[in-house]
Design a protein around this ligand. Structure first.
Ligand SMILES: *Cc1c(COP(=O)(O)O)cnc(C)c1O
Length: 432
């Protein structure tokens, strides 16, 4: 059973103590609903664990998971830092009055314009990804007469997948400088020649939806092997070590994620041991959770429409959204759990698959789930859609983007309006 499954006296699913059927009626469907208390709890578990361990840290919310003004205001209230990967995400952060010194910029192909904006607004750190970017950034800093702190994004040769990790010598990745083949050291050397760029440390991100600490521990060891060399060769010690994001969450009952503080404890313990081995100073630790902050805090509410029963094959239940608001099942066979929100206590006697309404056979949200008898007008609630749902939503078939509601302290607040058809055609120009 999904951890977010809570039911009221009417037998309706609730979120943040509010009736989801009421929310669906009030705002229409498809609708994203976030339990803001849950977002805060997730954020605090990371932040407070570092505090308890007395480790200087930044917990940077990876805003690509879900970026909106309201969300970034909550991140700011929780004293998180922020990762942005584009001008658009940076613009949103500025609109949310996010403190610029706590914003970090990522990207494997940052444009001149993006870097110019980052420098102009004095963001805290740029995670430098490639040699082209070094030249570009230097040139911009000279033009604007500024300086910038950077981390070097490195690929430590560890690829973590949900339940295992793969060690590779030379990593085949579009991101970052390879540690094993010496690219990272070369980048570091090159940066020594640019006095406006200050290397604060290293960054790596080994994957997503990770359920074990082993991959992170391996990554820390690899980073320290290189740092030990760099200390000897260049007299360099990292002030900051950024271990990225990727902390796993529960999508379905099969997923058994670690409590978020477990990752922090494992990281701190391993870094402590490495620091002692190599006689180095303990660096500031940065992490970049996206999914683990917002993923399980969000659900999507849909209205059920048509059904198709294929005898001896399967039953399809179609809802009023699909790959336009949740592309993850189509993109990487992501699995989700759902309940019929208005029949949350009824026995789940029916095997069915949940289809979207896009003109695409791959537009399926859930294959083979047990639900009660379903009829048109029922509200289907899909769990754990808070990350990479709205942020990946698109206009395929010209469906307007869904609305987003925050609930907290028993109050529901619309934080992103449902798109209108006028919104949809606002950039279209006539050709006659
Ligand atoms: C995507 C990404 C994250 C966030 O990943 P989650 O799995 O959502 O925690 C953090 N850092 C970097 C560099 C990323 O690309």
């Amino acid at each position: 059973m999904h951890e977010m499954r809570k039911v009221n006296d009417n037998g309706h699913l609730t979120i943040g103590n509010l009736d989801t059927v009421y929310l669906a009626e009030k705002y229409g469907t498809p609708l994203f609903v976030y339990d803001v208390e849950r977002i805060r709890k997730n954020a605090r578990l990371f932040v407070d664990t570092f505090k308890k361990l007395k480790v200087k840290a930044q917990v940077a919310y990876a805003s690509k998971a879900f970026s909106s003004i309201a969300m970034l205001q909550v991140a700011r209230q929780e004293a998180l830092s922020l990762d942005v990967v584009s001008e658009g995400e940076l613009y949103t952060a500025l609109q949310a009055a996010f403190p610029v010194e706590k914003i970090h910029m990522h990207g494997n192909n940052k444009s001149r314009k993006e870097l110019e904006m980052a420098v102009q607004y004095n963001i805290g750190c740029i995670v430098v990804d490639n040699f082209y970017e070094i030249e570009l950034l230097h040139d911009i800093l000279v033009h604007q007469q500024k300086e910038m702190e950077v981390l070097l994004r490195v690929t430590p040769g560890i690829e973590a997948h949900t339940h295992d990790y793969i060690l590779t010598g030379n990593e085949d990745s579009k991101f970052g400088f390879d540690l094993a083949n010496g690219q990272a050291a070369k980048a570091f050397q090159k940066l020594q020649g640019f006095d406006r760029i200050h290397v604060k440390g290293l960054h790596c991100h080994i994957g997503s939806q990770i359920f074990e600490t082993d991959g992170f521990i391996m990554a820390v060891r690899r980073l320290f092997q290189s740092l030990a060399n760099w200390k000897q060769t260049y007299g360099f010690e990292a002030e900051v070590l950024n271990l990225g994001g990727g902390f796993g969450i529960q999508y379905t009952a099969e997923d058994e994620p670690l409590a978020l503080d477990q990752y922090v404890k494992a990281l701190v313990e391993e870094i402590n041991s490495q620091v002692n081995t190599y006689e180095m100073n303990f660096p500031e630790i940065w992490i970049e959770p996206g999914r683990a902050i917002v993923g399980n805090a969000g659900i999507t509410l849909y209205s059920v429409g048509s059904q198709k029963q294929i005898p001896n094959v399967r039953d399809y239940i179609a809802v009023d959204g699909g790959m336009t608001d949740n592309i993850r099942p189509a993109l990487y066979q992501a699995k989700y759990d759902a309940v019929v929100a208005n029949k949350a206590t009824q026995p789940t006697t029916n095997e069915a698959s949940v289809a979207g309404k896009c003109c695409e056979s791959g537009d399926m949200l859930i294959w083979d789930i047990s639900l009660p008898e379903v009829e048109a007008g029922d509200i289907l609630a899909v769990f754990s859609t808070g990350a990479y749902g709205y942020s990946m939503s698109n206009h395929y078939n010209r469906f307007p983007k869904a609305a987003v509601v925050f609930v907290e302290n028993g109050v529901d607040t619309l934080v992103i309006k449902r798109e209108t058809y006028q919104d949809m055609i606002k950039n279209d120009l006539s050709y006659e």
